[in-house]
Design a protein around this ligand. Structure first.
Ligand code: IVH
Length: 686
C-alpha cells in the first residue's frame, strides 16, 4: 500500500480501506490482522485531526461498526452499542486519565481518585459483542452490535448458549451487553476434529465464535460450546438505584449473569497500570483470549458528565496488548520428517515479531491444510503465535497476492533420504517409510533420549546430529555401544563431558520397561499403553512375541495400539534393536507381575513392625500379588501375623489371644513361596 502524495487522496483511500476491512471483519472474513487494521484506522484519525477541513460525517471514524447483514432481521438498539477508543501504551492511557480530569473540571494535577470517582479495570475479551434484552425477567432478544445503531437478531442462537440465563429475577426492562467467546480449550478440540475430518482448521477463537453465532441452524451454534461475559448495561427500566459501574456488575452477577471475576475496582491510576502490566504477563493463564484491558470510570454520575463522542464513550478506554497475529512474507514451504516418518510442511517466513518473539518458521500441519488454506510461497500471510503455542500460518492476504503465483505442490520424495513419500489411504498425513532415513533417526534418537522416555541428559539435538554424522550411532540401540575413544577425539568433548554423558547413558539402562517402550517411538503407543503392556507381559521379549489379539485383550491397549505394536515387532529392525539393548545391558524386564503363583489366594496376612527386606508397602504388594489380603488389623479371620521389630502391641496381643500363628520374617518368606504357614501344615483357606 504505497502512500499517495496528497493528504486528501490518502484520506479517501484510507476511508475506503477502513470501510472495506471493517466490513470483512464483521462478516467474519477478515483479511488483515487486527493490528494492521488498527494502524490504518489510526493513520486515518491522525490525518483527519491534522486536516479538519477534510472532515466528513460519513467517515468510518465517525461510525461504530459495520452495517447489519441481510441474513438476520435487523434490531435497532434502544441504547447505541458504542465502540471504544484504543490506547497502545501507558503514556496514551495516562493521557486519557488526564483528559478525564479536565473533562470533569478537576483542578490541574488532581488524580481522579481524589475526586472519589475511581476506575473499574476489566479484561478486554476478544470475542463478539452481544446485547441481551430481558422484559419482565424473560430473555426476549439477543442482537449483534452491527453498526452500533442497528444489529442482527440472533435470538435463536443466543438461547443455545448455556451460561446465558433464559429467565432472571429482574426489572421491567434490562439490556445486558457483553462478549460471546469460545474458550481456548474448546477451540483447540474443535480444530483437532476439523483436522481429523480433513477439514480446514479454524483461524482463531474469535472468528470461530463469530461464525458460530451467525449460524442459520441454532443446533450448530449449540454444538460449538460458546460462552459469555457480561460487562455493561444497556437500557434499564426499574431495578435498583445504581451509582457506580462496579455496583452494576455486582448486580448483574447476582441476577445470574457470568461477570468476569478478574475485574478490579481501583482508586488510582497507578493501580490501573498494575492491572494492565499484570495481564500483559498473564494473558495466557486464562482459558479465553483477551486483546487488552478496558478501563472505565466507575462513577455513573461522572460517566454521564463526561459523555460520548459519536463513536465511543469518553469515560472508557481500551488498552490494547501487542497483537498475536501479524503479516509477513511466506518465503518458502519446506517439509520436515518426524520420528515416525511423518512429513510435516512448514512455512519459512520473513522474520516477524509476533507477541514479543521473532517467528521465522510456522507449522502448516499437513498437505490438506496447505491446500485448504491455499498458501503459496510469495504470498503475504497472517501468522499467529498465541502464548507458548507453536506459531501457525492462518492464511494468505489475498488482496496482496502477486498475479500468477503458482500453487505449492507437496514433494513426492523425502527431502532427507530421497525415498518416495507415501500417504496411506484415509490418512491426513504423508510419511517417509524408510526406517533408515537419517532425518527419522535423528528425531527418533532425540525422542528416545528425551525426558518422556529414557531421559539421557546431555543427549540433545546437536550431539545426536554430531554422533550420527560421525557414524558413532545410527539408531537408538547404538547409544549403548558408543566408541568413547572416538568421542574423546571430537572437538568439545573433555573428560568431564564424556563422563557425564556416559553416566547418563548408564543410568538410562535401569529405566522401567515402559520408558523403553515409549522411547521406541512406536506409532500410537503412549505412556499409559506402554505401562499396561509392561505390567501385563513383564518383559520386552514377551511383548515382542505377543500377537496383536493378545495385546488388545488387556486393559488400556486398544486394537489400534495392539496392531501397531505387533507390526513394529514383526520388523527385522526391531529384533536387531532388542539385541542391541540386551547386549548393552539395558533393562528389558517389567515390574513385578501378578502372574506369580496365587499361593495366598483366600488367605489374610497381617504385618506388624518393620521387616529387614520389605518396606510396609513392599510387604503388602508381595502378599496381594500372590492373591492374599493384607488388612490393617487382626481378627479371627486372620491366617497369620508377621511380626518384625517394634511390632504394634495390640496386634500381637490380639493374635496371641485368638491363637493365630505368628511368623518372623523368614517364616513370611516361606509363606510367600509356598502358601503354607510354617509349622501348621494344611491351613485351610476360608
Ligand atoms: S465496554 C460503551 N468492556 O471491545 C462501552 N467492551 O473494541 C462498550 N469488549 O465493542 C464496550 N471486553 O465488543 C467493554 N470488558 C469490556 C470488553 C469490551 C471486550 C469489546 C466490545 C467492544 C469492543 C470495542
Amino acid at each position: 500500500m504505497a502512500k499517495k502524495s496528497s493528504p486528501s487522496d490518502r484520506l479517501h483511500e484510507l476511508r475506503e480501506l477502513v470501510r472495506y476491512h471493517r466490513d470483512r471483519y464483521y462478516n467474519d472474513e477478515p483479511e488483515l490482522p487486527d493490528a494492521d487494521f488498527d494502524a490504518m484506522f489510526r493513520e486515518l484519525e491522525g490525518l483527519e485531526a491534522a486536516h479538519p477541513e477534510l472532515s466528513d460525517v460519513t467517515s468510518p471514524t465517525q461510525e461504530v461498526g459495520a452495517p447489519a447483514s441481510a441474513t438476520f432481521a435487523p434490531v435497532t438498539h434502544s441504547v447505541p452499542m458504542m465502540s471504544l477508543d484504543n490506547s497502545f501504551d501507558e503514556n496514551e492511557l495516562a493521557g486519557w486519565a488526564e483528559r478525564i480530569g479536565r473533562g470533569l473540571e478537576l483542578p490541574e494535577g488532581t488524580e481522579i481518585s481524589s475526586a472519589a470517582i475511581g476506575y473499574v479495570c476489566e479484561l478486554k475479551i476478544d470475542g463478539i459483542a452481544l446485547s441481551l434484552r430481558y422484559e419482565n425477567g424473560q430473555l426476549v432478544q439477543g442482537a449483534t452490535r452491527g453498526n452500533g445503531r442497528v444489529g442482527d437478531d440472533i435470538t435463536a442462537n443466543v438461547r443455545t448458549i448455556a451460561v446465558i440465563p433464559e429467565t432472571i429475577d429482574g426489572p421491567a426492562v434490562l439490556e445486558v451487553r457483553g462478549e460471546v467467546y469460545l474458550p481456548v480449550a474448546t477451540f483447540d478440540a474443535l480444530n483437532e476434529s476439523q483436522e481429523a475430518a480433513g477439514l480446514a482448521r479454524y483461524a482463531n477463537p474469535r472468528n470461530t465464535a463469530a461464525g458460530s453465532l451467525r449460524q442459520k441452524d441454532p443446533s450448530v451454534t449449540e454444538s460449538r460450546g460458546l460462552s459469555f461475559w457480561a460487562y455493561q448495561l444497556g437500557q434499564v427500566e426499574g431495578g435498583p438505584e445504581l451509582t457506580s459501574h462496579g455496583a452494576a456488575l455486582e448486580w448483574l452477577g447476582g441476577l445470574g449473569f457470568p461477570v468476569n471475576p478478574e475485574r478490579r475496582q481501583v482508586q488510582t491510576f497507578t493501580e490501573v497500570i498494575e492491572f494492565t502490566r499484570h495481564w500483559k504477563e498473564h494473558r495466557h493463564d486464562l482459558d479465553y483470549e483477551i486483546d487488552g484491558a478496558v478501563i472505565k470510570v466507575d462513577s455513573l454520575g461522572a460517566q454521564r458528565s463526561l459523555g460520548s463522542t459519536a463513536r465511543a464513550p469518553r469515560w472508557a478506554m481500551a488498552y490494547k496488548l501487542p497483537p498475536e497475529e501479524q503479516t509477513t512474507e511466506l518465503l518458502d514451504i519446506h517439509v520436515s520428517i518426524g520420528r515416525t516418518g511423518k512429513a510435516t510442511p512448514f512455512a519459512v517466513l520473513a522474520p516477524v515479531v509476533v507477541a514479543g518473539s521473532t517467528v521465522q518458521m510456522a507449522t502448516l500441519h499437513n498437505s490438506d491444510q496447505v491446500k485448504l488454506k491455499d498458501v503459496r510461497p510469495g504470498d503475504i500471510v497472517t501468522v499467529r503465535k498465541a502464548g507458548d503455542v507453536i506459531p501457525e500460518v492462518l492464511g494468505p492476504v489475498l488482496s496482496e497476492r502477486p498475479t500468477d503465483l503458482p500453487e505449492w505442490q507437496f514433494p513426492v520424495s523425502c527431502p532427507a533420504c530421497t525415498e518416495e513419500l507415501v500417504r496411506p489411504e484415509a490418512e491426513a498425513h504423508t510419511f517417509c517409510v524408510n526406517p533408515l532415513c537419517p532425518a527419522r533417526q535423528q528425531t527418533q534418537i532425540e525422542y528416545f533420549a528425551g525426558r518422556s522416555a529414557m531421559d539421557i541428559e546431555g543427549m540433545g539435538e546437536s550431539r545426536v546430529a554430531l554422533f550420527i554424522e560421525q557414524g558413532l550411532i545410527a539408531d537408538v540401540g547404538d547409544l549403548y555401544s558408543i566408541d568413547w575413544d572416538r568421542v574423546a577425539q571430537l572437538e568439545g568433548f573433555g573428560q568431564t563431558s564424556i563422563d557425564n554423558l556416559q553416566n547418563a547413558i548408564e543410568a538410562s539402562k535401569q529405566r522401567p520397561l515402559a520408558s523403553l517402550l515409549v522411547g521406541l517411538g512406536i506409532r500410537h503407543l503412549g505412556p499409559s499403553g506402554a505401562e499396561s503392556l509392561a505390567s501385563s507381559f513383564g518383559h520386552l521379549d514377551v511383548i515382542a512375541a505377543t500377537s496383536a489379539d493378545e495385546m488388545a485383550a488387556i486393559d488400556g491397549v486398544g486394537p489400534v495400539i495392539a496392531a501397531s505394536v505387533a507390526h513394529y515387532f514383526a520388523g527385522e529392525k526391531a529384533i536387531a534393536l532388542v539385541e542391541k539393548f540386551r547386549n548393552g545391558g539395558v533393562n528389558l524386564a517389567g515390574p513385578e507381575r501378578s502372574e506369580l503363583p496365587q499361593v495366598l489366594d483366600g488367605l489374610s496376612i497381617v504385618v506388624t513392625g518393620s521387616l529387614d527386606d520389605y518396606s510396609r508397602d513392599g510387604a503388602a504388594e508381595a502378599i496381594k500379588s500372590r492373591g492374599g489380603k493384607n488388612p490393617g488389623s487382626v481378627s479371627k479371620k486372620t491366617t497369620a501375623v508377621v511380626v518384625g521389630s517394634e511390632p504394634g502391641a495390640s496386634k500381637l496381643t490380639k493374635a496371641e489371644d485368638l491363637g493365630i500363628p505368628i511368623l518372623d520374617e523368614a517364616g513370611f518368606v516361606e509363606l510367600l513361596e509356598t502358601g503354607v504357614v510354617p509349622g501348621s501344615e494344611g491351613v485351610e483357606a476360608e
